[in-house]
Every structure is written in structure tokens, then in C-alpha cells.
Design a protein around this ligand. Structure first.
Ligand code: MG
Length: 226
């Protein structure tokens, strides 16, 4: 029986140093000639579709297919450049943890992220950790992270030939929204305080495991696969 681990990206696997936000703002400026400030539009735990809808609304821009495609083209072109200029990093323990999980044939690794699928791959490829993930749910077309969790769950089911058991299904994330969406698919949740939320802010959402970081890889492995 396989253990399925669904990883969030920003604040969990890596810190992009604000590269995603920066590329979105640059894309808005380049395509529509508009500028922020955008500090009232929250990003953590939300989908890119939800964030960009808010950004468009902020500027009274219509979300037509054409406008969206123009924005998307610019954002995905600017994101890799933004990744190289911002001071992002893979978070503590992540490389070792992914290597350990990847070499086990009783573990399947997927993504559960609010990022657009192509954006997610670009961020992971920047740090050479994209090869660990073979399926996922992404934030291309849903406002609610719970729907993204359902996509990821379904993608895991299609990727695996065996049944997924709820007690061997884990969501690993850094926001209360990650804990909530894990519950929506009956998963266990490991929450980590390496994003914008502290331990005390994550506690009320009652994750199954809560820790400062993923740095203690042996302990994380014991939690996830026993
Ligand atoms: Mg996150």
C-alpha cells in the first residue's frame, strides 16, 4: 500500500522570495499599463486564479479569455526571470526529504498548490526539484483550494494503480487553508511554519502534525511513513 504525499509549494518546499508576486505585477504593468500597490490582496494559501481575479478587479479589468491569455503569456515569460533576480531558496530539509521519499517505492509524491501548473513547474525547476513530482492539483481554474485538493486527489488516483487509503494520504502545507483543504479530501495534514504563519497561527486549524520546519528529516519521515 502506497503513502501519497501532496506537497504545497510556496512556504512549504521553497520560498520564491516574492518572485511570483513580482512577475504578476510586472505582467499587469506590461500588458495593461497598470501598477499596484497590491498589499491588500492576500496570496498565501490562495490559488493563482483567485489572486489574479482580485488583481484584475482592483484595476477594473475585465476577465475575458483574451485578457487572461495575454496576462498568462507575460506572467509565465517573466516568472523564470523573476526567480533568478529574487532571493528565493529551498526550505530547510526539503532536498533531503524529497530524495528520501523519492527513492521509496511505497511512496508517491504529488503537488497540491495554488500555483498555475506551468508556474509551479517553473518554480520547482528553478531549484531542480521538479523531477520528484509526477502528478498534482493546480490553481489554474479554481477559486477554492478545497477544489484544488480534490483535483490532486483525483490525479493521485489516476497515477496510482492501487487504492488510496485515507490514513496514508498526507497533505503538507504552510497555511490554515492547506489544513482545511486536506480535510476536504479526508487526508492527514502536516503543517509547517516556514511560510507567513507561525506555529500559534497554525495551531487552531488542528493539523495532525505541526512543526517549525521540515529540517528534522528523520522525524518527518517517521510521521509520514511510520
Ligand atoms: Mg503555501
Amino acid at each position: 500500500m502506497k503513502t501519497v504525499c501532496l506537497f504545497d509549494i510556496d512556504g512549504t518546499l521553497l520560498s520564491a522570495g516574492g518572485a511570483g508576486q513580482h512577475a504578476m505585477e510586472q505582467a499587469l504593468e506590461e500588458v495593461f499599463g497598470v501598477q499596484g500597490p497590491y498589499h491588500d490582496i492576500p496570496a498565501a494559501g490562495r490559488t493563482d486564479w483567485a489572486i489574479t481575479r482580485d488583481l484584475f478587479a482592483f484595476h477594473d479589468l475585465e476577465v475575458t479569455d483574451h485578457q487572461w491569455q495575454r496576462f498568462l503569456e507575460a506572467y509565465l515569460r517573466l516568472l523564470p526571470i523573476s526567480m533568478t533576480t529574487k532571493n528565493g531558496q529551498v526550505l530547510p530539509g526539503v532536498n533531503e526529504l524529497l530524495n528520501e521519499l523519492s527513492r521509496r517505492d511505497d511512496v508517491a509524491l504529488g503537488l497540491l498548490t495554488g500555483n498555475l501548473e506551468v508556474g509551479a513547474r517553473l518554480k520547482l525547476r528553478h531549484f531542480d526539484i521538479d523531477h520528484h513530482f509526477h502528478f498534482g492539483g493546480y490553481g489554474d481554474s479554481h477559486l477554492d483550494r478545497d477544489d484544488v485538493a480534490r483535483l490532486a486527489h483525483r490525479a493521485a488516483g489516476e497515477h496510482l494503480t492501487t487504492e488510496i487509503h485515507a490514513d496514508r494520504l498526507w497533505v503538507i502545507g504552510d497555511t490554515p487553508a492547506d489544513v482545511k483543504c486536506g480535510r476536504a479530501i479526508g487526508a492527514k495534514v502536516l503543517a509547517v511554519a516556514t511560510g507567513i504563519h507561525s506555529i500559534s497561527e497554525l495551531e487552531p486549524s488542528r493539523p495532525d502534525d505541526l512543526r517549525e520546519s521540515l529540517a528534522d528529516v528523520d522525524s518527518v519521515l517517521r510521521t509520514l511513513i511510520g
